[in-house]
Design a protein around this ligand. Structure first.
Ligand code: IPM
Ligand code: MG
Length: 352
């Protein structure tokens, strides 16, 4: 029986993840869904951010449906004592190097964007973010005192094979879409970016059907709000991807609608082990109120079916039901509607 580890986490994570898990169970009654505590919720119980039972559960599962992690109370703690460490460990230890973040504007939501509706109508792009390298993981990474002065260092480091594998993921994805790939770097300043650009460029002959171009990250940030419709697939390193994917997400009017898939080396094509999570954070301001938009979690469940359970049919079914719900006016609070988290999820279930 296929098994999914459900890690709700903190903030709005539990509300939206449980709503999505219920929907997933409805679509696939054969799945075994098992929940475990991670992140701040675990720290609050005196456990590490990723307790042993959670890790054992994900080891034994086909995929992880993840909520969100982070609690303001831990803001001044070092990474290893923060809720986010759970995510850091899962990404690192399962080598989930390919973070796929599709950004779509649902028909009917064009007016929710802070950009002019004409700029975002029909928007459909994907950010492919490298997730296990770069400045997030490079060593040294520490704070220390040198000659009596407090200092801190993070290290941005990339090896050519890490760049090649994420670039291949992006080229393949572009091939199945509009065949345009934009690689984003900062090659005028960073050595890692010069290597990045060289490796990506050298792969282009393997994908003659894909049009490749390069943008510097500052320019990419600008072009994303200027002409978002021109983008198809964007591939970039870890931190640039973190920043650009939030920017791309808000083009849609609500960051609460964007899912993501993090895939790695475990499993076989179509049945890859993966972690699926909203790209938005814990939204502490609305946590516990039952009003958070569950769309990102629901669409993450669809990606889980597509990439980890080889179930394209049900993935599409969920995505179409979400699209219909929006087209027919279903809205949560941040989009000016009155539906609660569960009411929105039910509106999607009703349209499956
Ligand atoms: C994301 C988040 C994480 C990241 C945080 C929670 C560590 O912002 O997935 O985009 O920076 O990768
Ligand atoms: Mg982020």
């Amino acid at each position: 029986m296929p098994q999914v580890a459900v890690f709700p986490g903190d903030g709005v994570g539990p509300e939206i993840t449980r709503a999505a898990a219920e929907l997933l169970q409805h679509v696939r009654p054969d799945l075994r869904l098992i929940e475990a505590t991670v992140g701040g919720a675990a720290l609050e119980r005196g456990l590490p951010a990723l307790p042993d039972d959670a890790r054992a559960l994900s080891d034994a599962s086909d995929a992880i449906l993840f909520g969100s992690v982070g609690l303001p109370a831990y803001d001044s703690k070092p990474l290893a004592e923060r809720p986010e460490y759970a995510l850091f460990l899962l990404r690192r230890d399962y080598e989930l190097y390919a973070n796929i973040r599709p950004v779509c504007v649902f028909p009917g939501l064009e007016n929710a964007s802070s950009l002019k509706p004409d700029l975002v109508r029909g928007l459909d792009l994907v950010v492919v973010r490298e997730l296990t390298g770069g400045i997030y993981f490079g060593k040294p990474k520490e704070q220390r005192i040198e000659d009596g002065v407090e200092m801190a260092v993070d290290t941005m480091i990339y090896r050519a094979p890490e760049i090649e594998r994420i670039a291949r993921t992006a080229f393949e994805l572009a091939r199945g879409r509009r065949k345009r790939l934009t690689s984003v770097d900062k090659q005028n300043i960073l050595e890692t970016s010069r290597l990045w650009r060289r490796v990506v460029t050298a792969l282009a002959p393997d994908y003659p059907d894909v049009a490749l171009d390069h943008l510097l990250v500052d320019n990419a940030a600008m072009q994303l709000v200027k002409r978002p419709g021109d983008f198809d697939v964007i591939v970039t390193e870890n931190m640039f991807g973190d920043i650009l994917s939030d920017e791309a997400a808000i083009l849609t009017g609500s960051i609460g609608t964007l899912p993501s898939a993090s895939l790695g080396t475990k499993g076989t094509p179509g049945k890859q082990f993966g972690l699926y999570e909203p790209i938005a954070g814990t939204a502490p301001d609305i946590a516990g109120k039952g009003i958070a938009n569950p769309t990102a979690s629901i669409l993450s469940a669809a990606l889980l079916l597509r990439y980890s359970l080889d179930d394209e049919a049900n993935a599409k079914r969920i995505e179409s039901a979400v699209e219909r719900a929006y087209a027919e006016g279903a809205r949560t609070a941040e989009l000016g509607g009155a539906l609660s988290t569960n009411a929105f999820a039910n509106a999607v279930i009703a349209r499956l």
